[in-house]
Design a protein. Sequence first.
Length: 122
Amino acid sequence: MKYFDIVSKKDEVVGKMTAKLCHADPSLIHRVVHFTLVDPKTKNVLITQRSFDVKFDSGKWCFMGEHVLSGDSYENALKRGVKDELGLEVKKYDELGSNIFSYFLLNILDNLIFSFFFPITL
């Protein structure tokens, strides 16, 4: 069973909840990392198309992402996500910033996500 840290709008851990319960309560904020690959020579950016079989944003073009598991760091989640999604080891990355995103604000019942964004150079 996956557990996520529940965080405040300042990204301070205030609790812990199962992934299922996090996604069922739109008031709970949990952490996610989003990442993309950038070719350092051409500055080209890789985006992916989501599967048509997923619940949210089916078929849309997007950056890749990974949930941050309870007690884990953004960096470890980033490395795990790149390995899972692309089969690659992260050698260099930069942090671009953070944001709080809500599917709930888009009239889709889901939670708030505290996200960090990372361009990755291979």
